[in-house]
Ligand binder design. Structure first.
Ligand SMILES: *[C@@H]1O[C@H](CO)[C@@H](O)[C@H](O)[C@H]1NC(C)=O
Ligand SMILES: *[C@@H]1O[C@H](CO)[C@@H](O)[C@H](O)[C@H]1NC(C)=O
Ligand SMILES: *[C@@H]1O[C@H](CO)[C@@H](O)[C@H](O)[C@H]1NC(C)=O
Ligand SMILES: *[C@@H]1O[C@H](CO)[C@@H](O)[C@H](O)[C@H]1NC(C)=O
Ligand SMILES: *[C@@H]1O[C@H](CO)[C@@H](O)[C@H](O)[C@H]1NC(C)=O
Ligand SMILES: *[C@@H]1O[C@H](CO)[C@@H](O)[C@H](O)[C@H]1NC(C)=O
Length: 894
């Protein structure tokens, strides 16, 4: 232990404008004791470079004194610290070895400005950096308010205990002070037993792992080192650590500590000030979420164990008979021959019949998705996909230069190295060859953490073929572990501190350019998603749909996601609500959970509750494991009723969802949002974990407990209308008990919204052809009020989702009301497309129209429309107004 000298505090302004004086309680430390193994301390020696346009600087840090070679390794002697204002709303802080290039997330995975890129001058930066020289520490401040958002120097008053920067080859530690007014969200992926908000005392392990989602609070499939911090009053900022190495992030009282086993510190700060602004700023860097095809927002049915094409056909037919919408049918691995990708079992899925089935789906406006896994079976001489991959030399390798052998469903497998530029053309060719036989519409890429049934640095196969589907390892594996498999700092992998290579490719396995799995492990699923999106786009020449289990920040730019292998329990239903919101905040908004649970059968009532929730997630798919009996929605009476109701409403809301999809793609806004996104100044919303908003306006309050007939739900201040019966709630910002018998899902729209809706149908293809209804929600008891909403329309599957003449239409609707009259008007951008499709608005429902209506005019003329006034609602039908032409509807109160 050693006493640390009083810190000298230096404040360097990047631009004179940025000069921010930190108050005494901020940077500056004395008397802080550090733990023996923490490493040396760094001192800022000198500023060695200033960027043009005063956009930042580079400084040298030197370790002083060094801790020598402590158990976590030797301190790196000299570091570069680079601060750069990349845009007015993006600050980058980078720390790495000054002498040697270290591993960084490749540009092929997340294209972004390099440290030497020329940048446009940032005119009015929102954030500033300050630093202390010894021990070195930095702080990020919001210029306008002086608020400190991140501060890596331990506080002088001991109110938070942590070490200053530690930087070793395999151990990097950095912390930030957090005021008691901070509320944090994010840092995934994991199943959260304790709700949405991050909790003090928790450590979040970020390491992509094939472990079932039913296990809460441990590492899981994805790696999302990004958080949103909402401060008192509702101002939000985001912090991304762009690093793909394994890490643990501990949230203590008044501080957050990162412990990372490699790579560089590459922090990006996004100033908000709203959570949606943070998402916009963050996805501008990591990638805007991929546009999703229209049909993918409809209902999907899957199960593992649909053994033959007859079974699959019957399921599609049964949905139709039960009057439950079905857009997309799926097959898990069952269709394949010996579990090999891009093959089929001719006995169970005869190609002619199978293709006929898929053509039939297409003729009915439905779609079809199949699963593939990254493990390429290597045991069979007749397997051409494997052989072509060998010829292209694109598999992960061991140190002896041979493909690394693992074992998954097909038995012995090798793994494509999707970081290798030659892997994508090979993969695209395989997708093309199979698609030529069977025109599937999307691909499901599973098991890409990457999963392995064996653990070992070198495995061989003795030639014995085992029966299908064995999950215990039968390869002969040896362990010659190095410090990569067993680094000095042990991540809490699997929640049991397993070796990093446990049930995945060994850490010493290398990629084409020598990159080790130790560094790139967390990018495996993301790299497969990048390759698969390219392949599908090229092969289908339509907007691609793919679903990936493993993800990294930015994966949303390529793929949809589901929450993984859950269980048919009420707890899992609750977890799914939180994970779906977390995925949206990670920039992966197209997400849902296995509806009714993957493991176990569950009950009719649980399944009924689950479809009531899952219907409203953007990606809505039922899926279950092979060992279960059939559990399609129509097999359970209560579930059938709930499915018709919940999916019925989802299908009516498809234009609203699709417009959210457009905003997700354009701005990174999650489709499903936590309540605090829309009500940031109401701190009660920070604690709401099990209700969610669709966009900003529709609140879903599901039942997540057994046998409940009511639900306690928080309603932010304002008027809310039930989407099913238009009954109203006027909330002061309070918890309310709502009736929720088994067939009731509470879905409410709030004041100020105009929701574009169409009619329900059994497919989205059919629903899109129906007339529109505009649902206008006004506040009660407010003589002057307004509402607005918008709709984006295109053909739903063009590769680009952009506003463009003759290809898409965007309409903004506005309502203004006083106590005498009201108007609803539309403002159209590029109406040609909507006119060509002949979409019309047939009905307008104004919720909260206070008194009886005497006259309704359309485009300034009295019209023959049908007007009904029920209680507080006005309903005008028979309008027949083209959506592609501007209109105005006005009414006068009696
Ligand atoms: C398809 O599988 C089902 C369920 O396993 C079975 O009952 C049926 O006989 C099979 N049909 C054909 C044509 O193989
Ligand atoms: C091959 O390995 C399996 C699993 O370890 C073992 O059961 C089997 O006996 C071995 N076969 C031969 C021929 O060595
Ligand atoms: C729900 O009701 C069922 C059937 O009455 C009962 O078996 C079960 O224990 C109840 N569960 C809870 C959590 O109350
Ligand atoms: C609403 O209920 C939650 C959970 O019981 C509670 O934490 C919160 O304080 C309540 N909010 C209000 C405004 O009563
Ligand atoms: C849109 O289509 C119309 C009719 O075909 C054509 O006259 C017009 O030039 C097109 N506009 C654009 C911008 O392509
Ligand atoms: C209508 O609104 C105006 C302006 O807000 C107000 O002065 C007037 O009293 C209101 N009339 C009624 C009948 O509420």
């Amino acid at each position: 232990m050693m006493q640390v000298q009083i810190t000298t505090m230096a404040v360097l302004a990047i631009v004179t404008l940025l000069l921010v004086a930190l108050s005494g309680g901020g940077v500056g430390a004395s008397g802080f004791r550090r733990t023996a193994t923490a490493g040396g301390r760094y001192k800022l020696q000198s500023v060695v470079k200033e960027y043009a346009n005063k956009q930042g600087f580079e400084a040298k840090l030197a370790v002083s004194p060094s801790s020598g070679n402590d158990p976590l390794g030797r301190d790196i002697g000299s570091l570069s610290f680079i601060a750069r204002i990349e845009k007015s709303t993006r600050l980058r802080l980078y720390i790495s070895d000054a002498a040697k290039q270290r591993w960084e997330v490749p540009q092929s995975i997340i294209p972004r400005p390099t440290l030497s890129s020329d940048l446009e001058p940032a005119t009015e930066p929102v954030l500033a950096v300050t630093y202390t020289t010894q021990p070195f520490g930095f702080a990020v401040t919001r210029i306008a308010t002086g608020e400190v958002l991140f501060n890596s120097t331990p506080p002088a008053d001991g109110s938070a205990k942590f070490n200053p920067l530690v930087f070793k080859d395999q151990y990097i530690e950095i912390s930030t002070q957090l005021p008691s007014t901070a509320t944090l969200f994010g840092l995934g992926e994991s199943t959260r037993s304790d709700g949405l908000k991050l909790k003090q005392g928790r450590t979040y392990t970020l390491w992509t792992t094939d472990i079932a989602a039913l296990f809460p609070d441990i590492d899981l499939y994805g790696d999302w080192p990004f958080y949103i911090d909402v401060r008192e009053g509702g101002t939000a900022h985001g912090v991304l650590l762009l690093n793909s190495n394994g890490m643990e992030i501990t949230y203590s009282e008044n501080s957050l500590t990162y412990r990372i086993i490699g790579g560089v510190l590459d922090f990006y700060f996004f100033p908000g000030p709203s959570s949606l602004d943070v998402m916009d700023q963050y996805t501008q860097l990591v990638g805007r979420p991929a546009a999703q095809p229209y049909w993918s927002l409809g209902f999907h049915q899957c199960r593992w164990g649909y053994r033959n094409v007859t079974v699959v056909k019957n399921v599609v037919e049964n949905f139709r008979k039960a009057n439950i919408p079905l857009d997309t049918m799926w097959n898990d691995i069952d269709y394949s021959d010996r579990f090999l990708d891009f093959t089929h079992d001719e006995e169970r899925f005869p190609m002619k019949e199978w293709r006929g089935f898929v053509d039939g789906l297409h003729a009915n406006g439905q779609h079809y998705v199949i699963l593939i896994d990254p493990g390429i079976g290597s045991a069979y001489d007749d397997y051409q996909t494997y052989k072509r991959g060998l010829e292209q030399d694109i598999y992960l390798k061991t140190d002896d230069g041979k493909p690394y052998l693992g074992q998954v469903w097909p038995g012995p497998v090798v793994y494509p190295d999707f970081l290798n530029p030659n892997a994508t053309p090979w993969w695209t060719n395989e997708v093309q060859l199979f698609h030529d036989q069977l025109p599937f519409d999307g691909l499901w890429i599973d098991m890409n953490e990457v999963s392995n049934f064996c653990t070992g640095t070198h495995c061989t196969w003795n030639g014995t073929i085992f029966p299908d589907g064995i999950t215990s390892c039968y390869l002969q594996c040896t362990d010659s572990y190095t410090n990569l498999d067993e680094p000095p700092f042990k991540l809490n992998h699997f929640g049991t501190h397993e070796k990093l290579g446990h049930l995945t490719a060994a850490m010493t396995v290398t990629h084409w350019d020598g990159t080790t799995e130790y560094d790139a492990h967390n990018l495996y699923g993301m790299s497969e998603a990048v390759a698969t999106k390219k392949a599908l786009t090229e092969v289908r020449q339509k907007r691609p749909f793919l679903l990936s289990r493993s993800t990294f920040v930015g994966a949303g730019a390529h793929t949809a996601h589901w929450t993984g292998d859950n269980k048919a329990t009420y707890d899992d239903l609750a977890y799914s609500i939180v994970t779906v919101m977390n995925s949206g905040m990670a920039g992966i908004p197209m997400v849902g959970a296995d509806i009714c649970g993957f493991y176990d059968m569950g009950t009719d009532e649980l399944c009924s509750r689950w479809i009531q929730t899952g219907a409203f997630h953007p990606f809505s798919r039922a899926h279950t494991i092979r060992d279960n009996g059939n559990k399609e929605l129509y097999l359970f009476p209560k579930t059938t009723v709930s499915a018709r109701k919940a999916l019925g409403l989802k299908y009516q809301l498809l234009p609203y969802y699709y417009t959210l999809n457009y905003y997700a793609h354009k701005k990174g806004y999650p489709m499903i949002r936590p309540l605090f996104f829309a009500f940031p100044s109401d701190p009660e919303t920070f604690d709401v974990s099990y209700q969610f908003l669709i966009g900003d306006h529709i609140l879903v309050s599901p039942v997540i407990t057994a046998n409940a007939t009511t639900v306690n739900a928080y309603f932010p201040k304002g008027t809310w209308y039930n989407m099913f019966d238009h009954s109203q709630i006027i909330s002061k910002g309070e918890n309310l008990t709502l009736q929720a018998p088994w067939d009731v899902i509470n879905v409410h729209v709030n004041e100020g919204a105009i929701i574009p809706m169409q009619e329900g149908a059994l497919t989205s293809t059919a629903a899109r052809k129906t007339p529109f209804t505009l649902l206008v929600a006004l506040p009660r008891n407010s003589p002057l009020s307004s509402a607005s909403g918008e709709v984006f329309l295109d053909n739903g599957e063009d590769i680009d989702m952009v506003l463009k003449a003759n290809q898409s239409t965007y309409v903004r609707f506005k309502t203004a009301v006083d106590n005498k009259s009201g108007t609803l008007s539309s403002h159209v951008e590029h109406g040609e497309y909507a006119l060509q499709e002949r979409w019309i608005v047939d009905k307008v429902i104004v919720l909260g129209a206070e008194s009886a209506v005497s006259v309704v005019d359309v485009n300034g003329k009295p019209s023959q429309v049908k007007v009904m006034h029920k209680e507080h609602n006005l309903e005008v039908s028979g309008l027949g107004l083209a959506i592609g032409k501007e209109f105005e509807i006005s009414w006068t109160f009696a």
